[in-house]
Design a protein around this ligand. Structure first.
Ligand code: NAP
Length: 278
């Protein structure tokens, strides 16, 4: 039986077991996906003894997504470009890692809005953290015109832009209205809008009518940003689909089968989000 786990601290909130165990059951694969609480000082030992603990791989979440790079010998290019990983697997006996957040965001986006054409267009991203980096890296592979980064701490927006070259530009607070008139996609990657956190208040009236508004926060499923965008008649993409689509990549690496994100899976995880506290 192939066992996989998600490691982090805290880890109780993770919905990854719900997703992967659903697929294991759906495809009749003998396997198990579990949660393991791993604190910072334990990370190196845990990763170097994955096999001894019976695991064929793991997901890595907060606070280890950056620190884990030091303990994995083979890093995919996407990890090197974003400085972050979330999926660890073996090729032979070599421990390898990838980052699936950018791919998860993109696959969910094209599933929800297949007609969206990003070629040469402008995208505005709120936030400059790990997920903003991952999404920027993935979107740049789509021949985008410009990605504008607006972050509470402007220096982090500048750092992100510096990583990716001239198509990515930092923009200052309060410039959203003037900077987003031609945006086809606006993405919130900050923690704003999370249940019990402050909301992201932004004036969407400047956006063109065909613009899409996406939020990667999925607790609640419909954030205030998405409610605002819907009220303006704009198309919206929620964060839960990204969570499900990013899991596809890891499952395929561990179990050799590309799973389908079904409506039933979405409903199951959505129910868990609605019932849970975070
Ligand atoms: N749907 C999914 O699959 C998925 C995947 C990954 C993450 N997420 C969600 O995405 C969010 C960000 O994750 P991350 O890994 O990118 O985190 P991160 O690296 O810690 O970055 C957090 C970002 O949010 C900003 N921020 C936090 N609180 C803020 C506030 N009160 N006002 C304005 N900006 C604020 C930070 O700005 P500063 O630089 O100024 O601190 C930073 O840009 C989390 O809510 C996480 O749950 C969802």
């Amino acid at each position: 039986m192939k066992k996989v786990c998600v490691i982090g601290y805290p880890i109780a909130h993770s919905r990854s077991p719900l997703i992967h165990n659903y697929w294991l059951q759906m495809y009749g694969i003998p396997g198990l996906y579990e949660k393991r609480e791993v604190k910072v000082p334990e990370l190196q030992h845990f990763l170097h003894h994955l096999t001894a603990q019976g695991y064929v791989g793991c997901n890595v979440t907060i606070p280890h997504k950056e620190a884990a790079l030091a303990f994995v010998p083979h890093l995919e290019d996407v990890v090197k470009r974003t400085g972050s990983l979330n999926t660890v697997y073996f090729v032979g006996e070599t421990l390898c890692a990838t980052s699936t957040d950018g791919e998860g965001f993109y696959q969910n986006l094209v599933t929800q809005v297949p007609e969206l054409d990003l070629t040469g267009k402008t995208v505005v991203i709120f936030g400059a953290g790990g997920s903003a980096r991952a999404i920027t890296e993935r979107l740049l592979r789509e021949n985008i015109g410009k990605i504008k980064i607006l972050n509470r701490t402007h220096s982090r927006a500048e750092e992100l832009a510096a990583l990716f070259g001239s198509k990515v530009v930092p923009i200052v607070q309060n410039s959203f209205v003037s900077e987003s008139r031609d945006a086809v996609l606006v993405i919130n990657t900050t923690a704003q809008g999370l249940r019990d956190q402050e909301k992201l208040n932004v004036d969407l009236s400047c956006l063109p009518p065909q613009a899409v508004v996406a939020d990667i926060v999925y607790v609640p499923l419909k954030t205030s940003l998405l409610i605002q965008a819907e009220a303006r008649g704009l198309r919206t993409v929620g964060g839960l689909g990204m969570l499900l689509h990013q899991a596809v990549v890891g499952f395929e690496k561990w179990y050799g089968l590309k799973p389908v994100v079904t409506h039933e899976l979405y409903q199951r995880v959505a129910k868990d989000v609605e019932q849970g506290s975070n």
